[in-house]
Design a binder for this molecule. Sequence first.
Ligand SMILES: *Cc1c(COP(=O)(O)O)cnc(C)c1O
Length: 397
Amino acid sequence: MTPGEHTRAVHTPDPPRLEQTPLGLPVHRSAAFRFSSAQEYADLLSGAQKGYSYSRVDNPTTDAFAQAVAALEGVGVDGEVVAQPFASGMAAISTVLMALTHAGAHVVVPREVYGGTYGLLTTVLDRFGVTTSFVDMTDLDAVRAAVRPETTVLYAETLANPTMTVADLPGLSAISREAGLTFVVDSTFASPAVCRPLEHGADVVVHSATKYIGGHSDSTGGVAVGSPELMTRVRRARIDLGGMLAPDEAFLLHRGLATLPLRVARHCASALVVAAAMDEHPGVLRVDHPGLPSHRDHDLARKLFDEGRYGAIVTITPPGGRAAGLALCDRLRLIAVATSLAGTHSKVSHVATTTHRQLDDDALAAAGIDPAAVRISVGLEDPEDLVADLEQALDGL
Ligand SMILES: *Cc1c(COP(=O)(O)O)cnc(C)c1O
């Protein structure tokens, strides 16, 4: 008997099985997978057989993206390095921290930690009995003093917003090892084309792939990288928490990786041009960029980062407080007032009213941030055009 119209419409012929490997990454846009037998289904769920069952659990496209990041982060590291994909940078960070803590556990975090991570620790994880110490990570004695018997995680950021403080990864790793902690590093601002924290003693690297890895401000994702043992724990937590990357997003992020070193090299070279020009400008009080010899972490950056690459964020401070910072943003014509960082287009944000809006002027001062500070994410435009835009904006202040 010929099956009915609806049955034929649903049960289409299987797609061809490929003998050749496609150069473009296939998007496996399927939530569910069909098995050859009930036993295969059972074996997949029990872990007795490897494969794909359900796309919140694993998906071939998101796997391809994550393992591509692992290949970039894990170069030069002894032992196997694998990765887990996530729906966003915050999904990666929250899942990693939940995998590595428990009620009663304690985490040591930099005081200038990314706002989303700060919120996670102070409004979510604290309700589950995880406590946090926010410390000045440039002071290794302060970090050592903050570690308690119940501490499980030491957390750092390769480059911290907005002063571009560079984490002393080898020094922090030594403290973490000594105390038996897991050393987690958010390397979003660096990307693996600037620095690979696993080479310097990190146990887990997390990224907002939304930024340099994707690189075009058109997709959201995250990734965590580390040893197979740690990533097995992280994957289990990811499956339960559900922050899985979608295959379409994985395709875009994977495509971004192919040009990551090219883009980041240019982002960084242009950022140096912008930073040097702003350093010379009489209308700028202060420039924060680790490529400048005057930056407090310049020598550390030279030691840990790839040659000539210091990230592409430049923070400048005009005189005149909050009003001047806001006015400077509004006077820019080419550089866009926009959220996020990285991406092809240069972006600017006024630090005190955006990324650090929770801090009042006293707290800003304690963190070494002027209320006028403006953060520039240097894009792929011609750097001369970016400098000219900044100069016309500053000259009119
Ligand atoms: C953007 C960002 C995150 C969060 O990533 P999302 O993809 O927005 O969830 C985490 N850490 C740093 C340093 C970031 O810049």
